[in-house]
Write a protein that binds this ligand. Structure first.
Ligand SMILES: [Cu+2]
Length: 160
């Protein structure tokens, strides 16, 4: 009996944790690059590795901390991000980006060739924003169609 209660309690706890996550009640502050901060990284994939190691939720915020000659700029598309387009508006250290909706946001440093050297990061909440003119949503719906067809044919196989 006690064991059952314990399991029920654990179940309730897990359910509550999941519910909290979905509601975004557990807002998290992330320091971009962790201890390295916002700088020219040791390799060009450093910040994409960093952001892909996190799961961002609505309500979270990302902080850009640095010393020395850097800045923070937000560009509006993946193309501008890839081209390191300077949007003309830059900010100083300690700036926070609040993640208020699903989608991708693109941040770069516009000093010298820092962006080209990898000082740029994409922060995505939920599904990535498809802002690349080269890509289209077709492949994902196509693969979904393939999976659906395979499942359907499997069901057909088992019931034949
Ligand atoms: Cu920089």
């Amino acid at each position: 009996m006690a064991k059952q209660m314990g399991l029920m309690g654990l179940g309730c706890f897990i359910f509550m944790m999941v519910a909290l996550q979905i509601n975004g009640a557990t807002a998290t502050t992330y320091v971009v690059g962790d201890s390295l901060g916002w700088t020219v990284p040791p390799n060009t994939s450093f910040y994409s590795d960093w952001s892909s190691s996190k799961t961002f939720h609505i309500g979270d915020e990302v902080v850009f901390n640095w010393t020395g000659n850097h800045n923070f700029a937000e560009v509006s598309s993946l193309a501008e991000y890839e081209n390191c387009t300077n949007p003309g508006i830059v900010f100083g250290p300690g700036i926070k980006a609040n993640l208020l909706q699903n989608g991708s946001r693109f941040f770069i440093c516009t000093v010298d060739d820092h962006c080209e050297a990898g000082q740029k990061v994409i922060i995505t909440v939920g599904s990535p924003t498809n802002t690349s003119p080269a890509a289209s949503p077709a492949p994902s719906s196509l693969s979904f169609g393939v999976v659906f067809t395979v499942l359907t044919s499997m069901v057909g196989y088992f019931f034949a």
